[in-house]
Design a binder for this molecule. Sequence first.
Ligand code: PHE
Length: 344
Amino acid sequence: MKDRIKETEVRAFSDIKAVVGQREALEALRIKYLGRKGEIAELFKGISSVATEDKAEVGRLLNELKVSVTSAIEGSLLSSSNKTLSSKNRIDVTLPGIPARLGKLHPITQTIDRISDIFIGLGFRVVEGPEIETEHYNFEALNIPLEHPSRDAFDTFYLESLGGKNLLRSHTSPVQARFMEKNKPPFSIIVPGKVYRPDATDASHSFMFHQVEGLCVGKEIHFSDLKGCLETFAKEMFGSSTKMRLRPSFFPFTEPSAEVDISCIICGGAAGEKRCSVCGGKGWLEILGAGMVNPKVFEKVGYDPRKLTGFAFGMGVERIAMLKYGINDIRMFYENDERFLRQF
Ligand code: PHE
């Protein structure tokens, strides 16, 4: 029996070889060997007369024969179809492939990642908070009482359908209070995320934009720590020759507070009379607000302001990205125009 199997295999292969690429002849061979009444089917029938101990092996050999003859015929048919194709339609496997177009991260996401990397290098960790906030966290916990005039500066979308008690956060500062309530100092965190303000849209305003908040709390945290952190950030983000200056300012949740400027990344402050189009000849660009955490904010989250100090800052991500990449219209970020997005 084993000899017959071997003999059939040798014969089938030489038959197939003799007619490579000839469709009809191959079909005839398929019927001859693999058909329902073909030679291999006949061999299968012979299994019943094989000694019991040999049955398993003979069965295996027959199955192998069937598989090898089938693939030999199929392979031979394939080469026939490639032969009959005109040279125009034949597949040229040496042609270069069609490149897959890869997507990439949005420039705002890239900017948030870059900002985060810099602060992570300074020992900060990244946390997030909700975009739907309560008046408590968006205002009261940050020492912005209901009637406080500074509430005007944080014009807010109230969510009427939720009873007017909730709102879309107008800054990322509420996460300061949320984090302090749940964690013990010392810590340094940054909080990237979306914020919302009912501003009319123009080249520099959008009803939604992104901020990165920073908060560092512990014993003996000084204003000089804030300054050092921000200066390192400015140089890493905009280049090592970047200068930084602080101007006195006011935020209810920091005291003292400062507005932070960097030297103009276009003219470096040298434009003078020529009026640089980015800084308007002033030589300085405002990039963020900052200050020492107001003791009243510590009290509201149950921290002892006699034992702890800290600093906080908040920056607009779109503004940073616009300065870094020289973009003059904030709306570009939201239009999803591939010609713009492809450049980053
Ligand atoms: N939350 C302030 C704003 O949106 C920025 C800020 C954050 C200022 C932290 C000081 C400290 O304008």
